[in-house]
Design a protein around this ligand. Structure first.
Ligand code: PMP
Length: 424
């Protein structure tokens, strides 16, 4: 059956192909289609809905703001909503973590934040080369695509992607080569042919590239190398940030302090577009208006963003709740993975999933899950990893229900019996 989505919308559409239904309403961890089906959401808007759909603590102030006649669009002008967001972000996020960053609003998407980070790193160092990692994902515009690994996505650029190269992420060489042997050697040898980079850009967990999670020791060594060689360290926390891995920033317990941090997706908390690029004050070398854009001051997103920080990040309680849900998710994933030889659990916090040795398995399980009322996607260059990303606010009962659907779907595809008995 052809519909307006198929007849009019470009072939580039993607999620709507696997999840071929028309969504209508959403609440918490559930989406509802117009034909009355309920879907439990283990996708969370690719990380843009960490607090679930339409959370009342965010919806209420948003509606009040809109009904009050307050300013909606204002580029980067001063507004009350922006002041409140900046004050709240400073008080609840930066100050308690002893992080001294300036805040830039680069435009509302993750790739906007990454482009600003790359541009600033190049401006600050006077160098143009940037190192990214195997299987990295940083966005679809030319600068961020140049540090993205996926060959299909890279091909879409239509021009050579330059001034960047890819080095092995943690685990890429299966531990057979000492970490950073190549990077240290190449930086030390003037004959290596490696252009000294302005920056290294890294995800602490590769959300799109297969849920590989870097070890803290690996990140620390990377950070040390950057410091030794005067290279800027950019952490792209667009997907792993805002609590997804258990702490507000994904690097919090690793002992590194990046020079530049990219945030987007869940920073508005409500699924409204908003992005930040954070950097150390000495890097604030922008001239006024040197990097601008029409949609940098999204006031409705400032309102929900501030409300989300106030509601969830006043103290450490939310982190404890995330830890409890994480334990339940990982235990469930472990039991599901155990049923298939060679399958392993990957990821960190609520950015976790199962790597299957058969690269077609995860896609089939995701499709089967959809037909059973669960939204779950795949990750990795071949879609070989089943990727679960429930809302951080999901209840124990909802999570168990989702894991049961996943287990049934995995059983149907792999033919292996799965018992989830021990999951709370
Ligand atoms: N960086 C990371 C780590 C991401 O996961 C994504 C989106 N999946 C982006 C950047 C790009 O964000 P956006 O799609 O909003 O441009």
């Amino acid at each position: 059956m052809s519909d307006i989505f198929e007849s009019l919308e470009s072939e580039v559409r993607s999620y709507c192909r696997g999840w071929n239904t028309v969504f209508d309403r959403a609440s918490g961890s559930f989406l509802y289609s117009e034909d009355g089906h309920e879907y439990l959401d283990f996708f969370s808007g690719a990380g843009a809905l960490n607090y679930g759909h339409n959370h009342p603590a965010l919806l209420r102030p948003l509606l009040e703001y809109l009904l009050s006649g307050a300013v909606v669009h204002s580029l980067d002008m001063k507004t009350k909503a922006k002041r409140r967001f900046l004050e709240t972000f400073h008080e609840l996020i930066l100050k308690p973590r002893d992080l001294n960053y300036k805040v830039m609003f680069p435009g509302p998407t993750g790739t906007n934040s990454v482009e600003a980070a790359l541009k600033l790193a190049r401006k600050a160092t006077g160098r143009f080369h940037v190192l990214g990692f195997t299987n990295a994902f940083h966005g679809m515009t030319l600068g961020s695509l140049a540090v993205t690994g996926n060959s299909m996505k890279r091909q879409g650029a239509g021009i050579p992607l330059t001034h960047a190269s890819s080095i092995p992420y943690d685990g890429f060489l299966a531990g057979e080569t000492p970490d950073f042997l190549w990077l240290r050697s190449a930086l030390a040898d003037s004959g290596s042919g490696l252009e000294k980079p302005a920056a290294v850009i890294v995800e602490t967990v590769q959300g799109e590239g297969g849920l590989r999670a870097a070890r803290a020791s690996w990140l620390r060594e990377l950070s040390e190398i950057c410091r030794e060689h005067d290279i800027l360290l950019i952490v792209d926390d667009v997907q792993a940030g805002c609590g997804r891995t258990g702490t507000f920033f994904s690097f919090e317990n690793t002992g590194i302090v990046p020079d530049i941090v990219c945030l987007s997706k869940s920073i508005s908390g409500f699924g409204l577009p908003l992005a930040l690029t954070l950097f150390k004050p000495e890097l604030d070398l922008w001239k006024p208006g040197e990097h601008n854009g029409t949609f940098r001051g999204n006031n409705p997103a400032f309102v929900t963003g501030a409300a989300a920080l106030e509601h969830f990040w006043q103290d450490r309680k939310f982190e404890q709740e995330i830890a409890a849900v994480t334990a339940q998710l990982h235990e469930g994933l472990r039991l599901i993975a155990n049923a298939t030889e060679g399958a392993t659990v990957r990821g960190r916090g609520l950015l976790a999933g199962i790597h299957y040795p058969d690269p077609t398995a995860a896609g089939k399980i995701a499709a089967e899950s959809f037909s059973r009322g669960l939204l779950v996607e795949t990750s990795g260059p071949e879609g070989e990893v089943l990727k679960t990303m429930p809302a951080l606010t999901i209840s124990t009962t909802e999570l168990r229900h989702g894991l049961e659907i996943l287990a049934e779907a995995a059983e149907a595809i792999t033919g292996q019996k799965i018992v989830l008995r021990t999951v709370a």
